[in-house]
Design a protein around this ligand. Sequence first.
Ligand code: ARG
Length: 458
Amino acid sequence: MAEKLWGSRFTGSLGLLAQKFTYSISYDAKLAPYDCISGIAHARMLGKVGIIASKDASAIIKGLEKLLADIEEGRYQPDLTAEDIHSDIQTKLKKLIGAPADRLHTARSRNDQVVTAVRLYCLNHLENIMARLDVLQIAMIRFADKNTDVIIPAYTHLQSAQVVLLAHHVLAYVEMFERDKERFSDAAKRVSLNTLGACALSGTTLPTDRQQVTKELELLATSANSMDSVADRDFLIEILSDIAITGMHLTRLCEDLILWVTSEFNFISLDDAFCTGSSIMPHKKNPDVLELIRGTASRFPGRLMELLVLMKGLPLTYNRDMQMDKPALFDAVETLEDMLPLMAELFGGITVKRDVLKQRINAESFFSVDILDYLVKKGASYRQAHDTVGLMVKECLDKGASLRDLSREQLRIFSPLLDVDVKDLLDADVSVRGKKSFGSTNPKMVRKQIDIWKKRLA
Ligand code: ARG
């Protein structure tokens, strides 16, 4: 049984069931490198200001560096009978360097130690997530770039609405993922806070130099209130909220792609590497990877709620409840980290069914707004034009007729502003090229956006 950091006050020992229930080493062992890194900075500061002898500081630093190397090279074996990874590192350090190890915990408490290690974990993983979002965006831009000439139907209410460039649709998600990155980057500013040295909750009577630790850990600021330092987990709630938003974006992308691979839509096909078959229906090719990204993303809002409920109503400062921030955090962060490269890879394996799509973009209804704009340009009010086009659509639907077949005279019945040149608008290419507004699906503008993204992501 591993040694406790707090044994002397007790005569009895924690019951076995209680141990099993309260120990966190099974899930917090991944904080090991961050605990060593913050321990090294702490020991260096203690030595420098003379709170401990510099030879003890050196011994501690060397010991922790050795443990850090063990962790990085996969040699570190957490002792699962230890209460948590922080206790385990302390014990292992003592075994390694002897008595000086007992001075590491000077002017430090597990309360500030835990939150600092978690902050360092978050900073590292926020970098990972942002880099992986970059990779996904690059894959999507590459896909858009290859398909700038492809036009697809676009939907509102999942009813055919207008035609757009496939690249325009894909770029919509690239924009969303960019905002996701901005949110992560913004969150990182608040995560980058040195909370070490707050000690249990009120600071210390020892002459620590917290600023030096901040500098050594390369953090942006030193926390200004020792109680806030150990009590809050708002930075985790913020990260989980940002993850939930990114996850939501991913599920929408999955859903669009899942629709597009159905035989009803049939816009694209996926590489076999991302699909599975059916045990009973030999013709099936199911988009399981997309479905499972969509499904697994449901954990993100769940984990966010878990942390909000965990923290709600907790009195200041540290409460043991807060140990449960870790399963939620690690699960959300690492699940998202798994999804992003998978999605990027999947984009490389999409085949666009150009011939099918060519047949799908001719329906006259796609161009109703273009005809409406035509009438407005000729002086009709928007309301008038809307009524006119509405009547034309109704008439054609009722009679099974096509606008393409209407003569000049027949067109004039709907509006004196109509002429046969309106029929030129019944063309997907003309429709997208006709768009003028900034941010529209106009191919020249989409081309420009692709070039901007390429530069930005290079
Ligand atoms: N494993 C615990 C956690 O993650 C360590 C903190 C225990 N601190 C204490 N004062 N009992 O929260």
